[in-house]
Design a protein around this ligand. Structure first.
Ligand SMILES: [Zn+2]
Length: 67
């Protein structure tokens, strides 16, 4: 038996990236458009948490549905 594996110290690109930032904005949805703009801005500034947050907004968006 080998010792338990440890995480390497160096930073690695997360393979999660694709689905984590996956966003499917709906055409004509104002909230999605807004979040998409945030997403692009965050991507540009390499702000990973803001990017994730924006993608999440789109995923959770009710797409104009009235509460
Ligand atoms: Zn929407």
């Amino acid at each position: 038996m080998t010792a338990s594996q440890k995480y390497p110290g160096e930073a690695v690109e997360l393979p999660l990236d694709d689905w984590l930032y996956e966003a499917r904005p709906r055409q004509g949805c104002a909230r999605c458009a807004e979040a998409l703009a945030e997403l692009h801005a965050a991507k540009k500034s390499k702000n990973a948490s803001a990017r994730f947050e924006a993608a999440r907004k789109i995923r959770l968006c009710p797409h104009g549905a009235t509460p």
